[in-house]
Design a protein around this ligand. Structure first.
Ligand code: SF4
Length: 284
């Protein structure tokens, strides 16, 4: 799920490395510290993307969240960063000593937690108490497959109230592509409905991983289907941006041997086609 690199941890920062739900990330893109929240402590996701970097990924949902532990960890971690010597211990460059965001992104699909809405509320409260909200971004990184559920929608409303945003995974707009890349049978139509729901409730960005799978590149059929979806959602004012990325690190799935990063020219070419539809596009 993650697009960012986990901060390397060594023995002298065992306190941080040992947390169950909270992990520090130095974000390439954000230029600062991202605070990751992982509620999929069982490495379970309802999808199985061929490029997934979750170790021992299993099919399933997040387990029940222990809110006492999560609250303690988040308060402890924020205190360590804001008042403690976290940056020194991790030898973070001076210009990166800033909290950029809280990213709800873990080893699986975060919206599969049945307490998802309460999770967003708690994160918001603690971030306010610590004095970092407003001022930082709160990002939900999701495959978007569960947004039809009322509990998830409540969470997105709260995320919006925090000024946060949804990064919604859309890798393929064909049934066969979604089966092949994401191993999901959820229809394209349901995914588009969920995308609309997300963007009606909260600022939403589409996050798309483009791959060269088995030397086939990114086919014209896939490109045309994807652009057709974007035309369908062009009217949503809170959906204005697409983030394209490709394989940066090896997948931990059995298909890894068939996967290659898509060529930079192909990424640029596709980005331009998306821009023509009026969306902002970034490549990572
Ligand atoms: S949505 Fe895909 S990439 Fe994200 S955790 Fe699930 S299987 Fe991995």
């Amino acid at each position: 799920m993650r697009m960012v690199t986990r901060l390397s941890t060594t023995d002298h920062n065992r306190d941080i490395a040992g947390l169950r739900y909270v992990y520090p990330v130095l974000s390439r893109r954000a230029g600062g510290l991202s605070i990751g929240i992982n509620v999929n402590t069982n490495n379970a996701c309802n999808w199985r993307c061929v490029y997934c970097q979750v170790p021992n990924l299993t099919v399933g949902a997040a387990p029940s969240i222990d809110f006492n532990v999560l609250a303690d960890e988040l308060r402890f971690f924020l205190n360590d960063v804001i008042k403690g010597d976290f940056y020194e211990r991790f030898q973070v460059d001076a210009d990166k000593r800033i909290i950029k965001d809280i990213a709800i992104s873990g080893n699986g699909e975060p919206t599969s937690a049945k307490e998802f809405a309460a999770l967003i509320t708690l994160i918001g409260q603690i971030a306010h108490d610590a004095g970092i909200l407003p001022g930082i971004n709160v990002v939900l990184i999701t495959n978007g497959s569960l947004i039809q559920h009322v509990n998830v929608q409540q969470g997105l409303k709260q995320l919006h109230a925090l000024g946060g945003e949804v990064w919604f995974k859309l890798d393929s707009a064909t049934a066969s592509g979604r089966q092949k890349i994401n191993n999901t049978r959820q229809s394209v139509a349901q995914s588009v409905r969920n995308l609309r729901l997300a963007a009606e409730l909260c600022t939403t960005k589409i996050q798309t991983c483009l791959l060269d799978y088995a030397g086939n590149g990114y086919s014209d059929t896939e490109q045309a289907a994807y652009l057709a979806i974007l035309r369908e959602v062009q009217d949503l004012p809170r959906l204005r941006e697409v983030m394209l990325y490709t394989l940066a690190r090896p997948s931990l799935q059995p298909e890894a041997i068939y996967l290659k990063a898509l060529a930079p020219e192909a990424m640029q070419h596709f980005a331009e086609a998306i821009r023509q539809l009026g969306f902002k596009v970034s490549i990572h």
